[in-house]
Design a protein around this ligand. Structure first.
Ligand code: DSN
Length: 433
C-alpha cells in the first residue's frame, strides 16, 4: 500500500481556514458569522438539531471533501483512495461497536437517503409496507403521498390511540395481519414515548415482514444508553447523525449481517454515487465522542431535561401529548391556550426562542397551521443547562406564546428576549476559549 507522508499541521493544514474565507468572500463569511451569532443569541429548541463539536466541524471542513470514492473500502472505482479508505473503515468499526451491530453502512448522505436504501433493498415499486402516518408523528419518507415513498410504494399507515396518544399497537397488529406488508416500519419525527421493539419484531415474524426502525430522532439516546436499543430486534436501523447524536449533518444504517450485501448495494450504486468522505470522517469523530462516559451523561441529561420541560409547559396550560416524554422531545397541544402552532412559532421566534409548529394527533388544523408545537432539549443540554433552566424556559415559552406577539418590538417579545439573553450568556453555545 502506498505510504503518504502526513503534512505537518504546523505547516499549513488546509481546513476550516476562516481567515482565508473572510479575505476572499466576505459575503459568505458574513453569513457564517451571523449564523453563529443567531445560534449563540437565542434558545434552540428544535428537537432535531444540535451543536456538533469543533472536532467534527474540522473534519467536515477538510480536504477529504475533494475525493471521489465510489465503492467501499478496498473496492473503489477511483485511484487514490488509500487515505479515505482508512477514514471509512474507522467510521464503520466505530459505528458497529457503538451500537453492537453486525454491519454498518456509513455512506448515506442523510436520513432520507438511508431510508431510500431500505426501500431499494427490500421492496419493488407497488409493494406494500406499514408505517406510522406523518400527521400522527411519522415522517415524510414513510409513505407520505408527496414523497417518493408514497408515490412508488403502497403505504398502509397506523396512528396513535385517541386516549393514550401513544402508538395504537392493536391497530398496527390488525393492519399487518390484513395487508401482509413486505416491511413494517417503526419510528418517526414526533414520537415522545419509547417504542415497543419486541412487539414489532414478533409481529414482523408472524406476518413474514422485514422489521425496519427509523431511529433518526432517538439514536443519540441509544448511543448514550439512555433508552433501549432497537438494534437487537430490527433487521435494519436507519438514522441521521446530526440530531441528539451531535455529529455532522448526514445519515447511516446498521443491520443484521444477512442483509449487509443487499443494503450496501442499495446505498451504492442503486441510490447514491460518490460518498462524502469529509462527512464520513466527521461521522467517525462523532462515533468516538459518543463512546465516552461524558456523552452517556449528556444523553441521560437530555431526557431528564425533556421530561422537566414537558411537565413545566403542561403546568402553564401547554399540554404535553401522551402526558409527557421518555425521550429528547415533547409535543404540545396549544388548543387549551387558544393559540395555533404557526402563531406560537412566530411569537416564540420574536422572543428569541426557536421551536417548530407541529401537527398533533387528530389535529383539526392543516399541517401549515397546526395545533401544536414540538420542543426538544439536545441543544440546551449541550450548552450545559439543567432542569432548573428547563423550568425557566417553559415559563418564557408560555409568556411568549400566550401573551406575546410576532412583532420583535412588542413589549412581551422584548422582555422575554432579555431573559433569553441572560440564559444564553450564562450557558453559551460554542463558548469562546
Ligand atoms: N426534519 C426532521 C425533523 O425535524 O424531525 C426530520 O427529518
Amino acid at each position: 500500500m502506498t505510504h503518504h507522508e502526513p503534512t505537518s499541521p504546523d505547516d499549513t493544514f488546509y481546513g476550516s481556514d476562516f481567515g482565508a474565507l473572510q479575505a476572499f468572500d466576505p459575503d459568505i463569511a458574513g453569513v457564517l458569522l451571523s449564523e453563529l451569532g443567531r445560534i449563540r443569541g437565542g434558545l434552540q429548541l428544535i428537537a432535531s438539531e444540535n451543536m456538533s463539536s469543533p472536532e467534527v466541524l474540522t473534519a467536515l471542513g477538510s480536504t477529504l471533501s475533494n475525493k471521489y470514492a465510489e465503492g467501499y473500502p478496498g473496492r473503489r472505482y477511483y485511484g487514490g483512495c488509500v487515505e479515505v479508505d482508512k477514514a471509512e473503515t474507522i467510521a464503520i468499526e466505530r459505528c458497529k461497536a457503538l451500537f453492537d451491530a453486525e454491519h454498518a453502512n456509513v455512506q448515506p448522505h442523510s436520513g432520507a437517503s438511508a431510508n431510500q436504501a431500505v426501500y431499494g433493498a427490500f421492496m419493488q415499486p407497488g409493494d406494500t409496507f406499514l408505517a406510522m402516518a406523518l400527521p400522527m408523528g411519522g415522517h415524510l419518507t414513510h409513505g407520505a403521498k408527496v414523497s417518493f415513498s408514497g408515490k412508488w410504494f403502497n403505504a398502509v399507515h397506523y396512528g396513535v390511540d385517541r386516549e393514550t396518544e401513544d402508538i395504537d399497537y392493536d391497530q398496527v397488529a390488525q393492519l399487518a395481519r390484513e395487508h401482509r406488508p413486505k416491511v413494517i416500519l417503526a419510528g418517526g419525527s414526533a414520537i415522545p414515548r419509547l417504542i415497543d421493539f419486541e412487539f414489532f419484531r414478533n409481529l414482523a415474524d408472524e406476518v413474514g415482514a422485514i422489521f425496519w426502525v427509523d431511529a433518526a430522532h432517538f439514536i443519540g439516546l441509544v448511543a448514550g444508553k439512555a433508552i433501549p436499543s432497537p438494534v437487537p430486534y430490527a433487521d435494519v436501523v436507519t438514522f441521521t447523525t446530526h440530531k441528539v447524536l451531535r455529529g455532522p449533518r448526514s445519515g447511516a444504517l446498521v443491520c443484521k449481517a444477512e442483509h449487509a450485501a443487499a443494503l450496501d448495494k442499495a446505498v451504492f450504486p442503486m441510490m447514491q454515487g460518490g460518498p462524502q468522505m469529509h462527512t464520513i470522517a466527521a461521522k467517525a469523530v462523532n462515533f468516538k465522542e459518543c463512546a465516552t462516559p461524558e456523552y452517556a451523561e449528556y444523553a441521560r441529561r437530555v431526557v431528564e431535561n425533556a421530561r422537566q420541560l414537558a411537565t413545566s409547559l403542561g403546568e402553564h396550560g401547554i399540554r404535553p401529548t401522551t402526558g409527557g416524554t421518555d425521550t429528547h422531545l415533547s409535543l404540545h397541544d396549544l388548543q387549551g391556550v387558544g393559540v395555533t402552532g404557526v402563531d406560537a412559532e412566530a411569537r416564540a421566534d420574536a422572543a428569541g426562542i426557536v421551536l417548530n409548529k407541529n401537527a398533533i394527533p387528530f389535529d383539526p388544523q392543516k399541517a401549515n397551521i397546526a395545533s401544536g408545537i414540538r420542543v426538544g432539549t439536545p441543544c440546551t443540554t449541550t450548552q450545559g443547562m439543567g432542569t432548573e433552566e428547563m423550568t425557566a424556559i417553559a415559563e418564557l415559552i408560555a409568556t411568549a406564546v400566550i401573551k406575546g406577539d410576532a412583532d420583535p418590538d412588542h413589549e412581551v417579545s422584548r422582555e422575554v428576549r432579555a431573559e433569553v439573553t441572560d440564559l444564553v450568556t450564562r450557558f453559551p453555545a460554542y463558548p469562546r476559549p
